[in-house]
Design a protein around this ligand. Structure first.
Ligand code: ATP
Ligand code: MG
Ligand code: MG
Ligand code: MG
Length: 465
């Protein structure tokens, strides 16, 4: 029977039975006893399986002894208890078929050693073959499936939201323009230069920065919904926490206020980390060994500690009284910077913090104005080591207040008639948040750079593969 490496190692197959595994060679070494040990990985789990090749194999000298890292093989043999330490099972090979050779073993980029992350970003198409990116990829998958599972269990519906849009949900002017240029037939302008017409069937459109406005419409009919898809931001900052293309999880809940929003965010994050701890133990153990020594303890602490809740106004006072020298100023009315967020979580409380009620002029127009008239019912969830991973709010459900805020932000109500409609037809309080999925992966794996948290990072200078 052909099985995955994970299945072969799981201890559920009869010892002495015949199995076939298919995958790629990690390492190979010869023993003095005239055997070759070939470690084969198919990515199904962290560990490769050891395939013991006896010299009696017909292609032993001609092929098996020429195998190098990266070669693709199909190995058939007897499942046996392993003598070596570390692994319970191995395969005593009866045949090893080489399906794909590695052209130039000396220059194959993924050698069996620890590579620098900078180097691996240059070979993003080959890095999934490393232990590290195999682990990160499986953890990312575990988190994504747990996202859908949590919402399924809590009776939310998944909604896809458009990628091409005209509305700047965040009002931050960070939208990439969609171009419909026909590259084979470039239009020329009056001056004879290429006319970079940037329209969508005659209409100027952009890539979405958030699915929120769209998902609100569905929440006001199906009560609990979420979107989970790619979003795009023309961030000028070239930071280790921002990507030009990232995935966002955005739940939206009808009849909910900010307190309920924060409760859901906390329960949701803890659910996700519990899933990783239960399902990806081997991968997390490797992360702890290679990237972040306390990776597992950090997640356990996160799952067990209640989040701290403080208002923005309190946070500013705490930062001002901290005696800490910050690069950016701390002043009521200015947004918190990463260094401030990290001080609050790491130094002040030592666990995740939910900061609420930000000044209205530094948050998006759709957030609900508080009774003080100066703050909005917004929240940011801050995690130790990274800062903001979630931004959320209660939405402004009162049409007159929404109109005033749109005017204040210089937004044209004509563009938002559809959004105003929800406030005209059976409006109710509602709330939601956006979780940056790669920030979640960064936090889970203790990565230093968000470009290592997504298969193909899109950032200034990185779009070719
Ligand atoms: P930041 O302050 O870090 O720039 P933001 O406040 O602009 O984030 P929001 O509009 O609140 O971001 O988006 C919701 C979440 O999406 C953020 O909490 C963060 O986790 C994530 N996020 C925002 N921008 C990016 C980006 N460029 N790359 C990756 N994740 C991002
Ligand atoms: Mg931002
Ligand atoms: Mg922010
Ligand atoms: Mg935010």
């Amino acid at each position: 029977t052909t099985v995955s490496v994970e299945h072969a190692l799981a201890g559920k197959l009869p010892v002495g039975g015949e199995v076939t595994v298919r995958g790629w060679v990690r390492t190979r070494r010869d023993s003095k006893a005239g055997l070759s040990f070939v470690n084969v990985s198919d990515g199904s789990c962290f560990a490769p399986i050891q395939v013991v090749a006896p010299a009696s194999l017909s292609n032993y000298e001609s092929e098996v002894k020429r195998l190098t890292a990266g070669c693709a093989v199909v190995c058939t043999g007897t499942l046996a208890q392993s003598q070596g330490q570390g692994q319970a099972f191995e395969i005593q090979a009866e045949s090893i078929e080489v399906v794909g050779w590695v052209d130039d073993p000396e220059t194959y980029p993924i050698q069996p050693k620890a590579h620098s992350l900078e180097f691996l970003r240059e070979v993003a198409h080959l890095r999934p073959r490393t232990n590290l990116f195999g682990a990160v990829t499986r953890i990312r998958d575990c988190l994504a499936k747990a996202v859908h599972r949590y919402f399924h269990e809590q009776s939310y519906f998944w909604i896809s939201t458009p990628i091409i849009t005209t509305s700047d949900a965040e009002g931050a002017g960070q939208m990439f323009r969609v171009s419909t240029l026909d590259l084979a037939n470039l239009p020329l302008g009056e001056d004879g230069a290429v006319d970079f017409g940037q329209d969508f069937f005659g209409k100027e459109t952009f890539l979405t920065v958030s699915g929120q406005l769209n998902v609100e419409a569905y929440c006001l009919a199906l009560s609990r919904v979420y979107t989970f898809g790619p979003t795009f931001r023309a961030e000028h900052s070239n930071t280790s926490r921002h990507l030009a293309e990232f995935w966002m999880v955005e739940p939206e809940i009808a009849f909910a206020d900010l307190a309920e929003d924060a409760r859901v965010a906390e329960e949701f994050l803890k659910y996700l980390f519990r899933a990783v701890l239960h399902e990806r133990g081997d991968d997390m153990a490797f992360i702890a060994q290679r990237v972040q020594p306390d990776a597992i303890a950090r997640l356990e602490a996160f799952v067990n500690a209640p989040f701290e809740r403080i208002s923005y106004t309190e946070a500013v006072a705490l930062l001002q009284r901290s005696g800490q020298k910050f690069e950016f100023p701390v002043e009521w009315g200015l947004d918190l910077q990463t260094e401030h967020e990290r001080w609050l979580t790491e130094v002040h409380v030592g666990r995740p913090v939910v900061v609420t009620d930000y000044p209205e002029h530094i948050k998006a127009f759709y957030m609900r104005l508080n009774d003080d008239g100066r703050t909005v019912a917004a929240m940011d969830v801050l995690a130790p080591g990274i800062g903001e991973i979630i931004g959320g709010s209660q939405r402004e459900e009162r049409l007159d207040v929404l109109d005033k805020r749109m005017a204040q932000f210089g937004l044209d109500p004509a563009h938002y008639q559809w959004y105003r409609d929800f406030r005209r037809y059976g409006t109710v309080p509602h709330a939601g948040f956006g979780l940056g999925f790669e920030r979640l992966v960064v936090y889970t794996c203790g990565l230093a750079n968000i470009r290592d948290a997504i298969p193909y990072p899109r950032a200034p200078g990185h779009a070719e593969f």
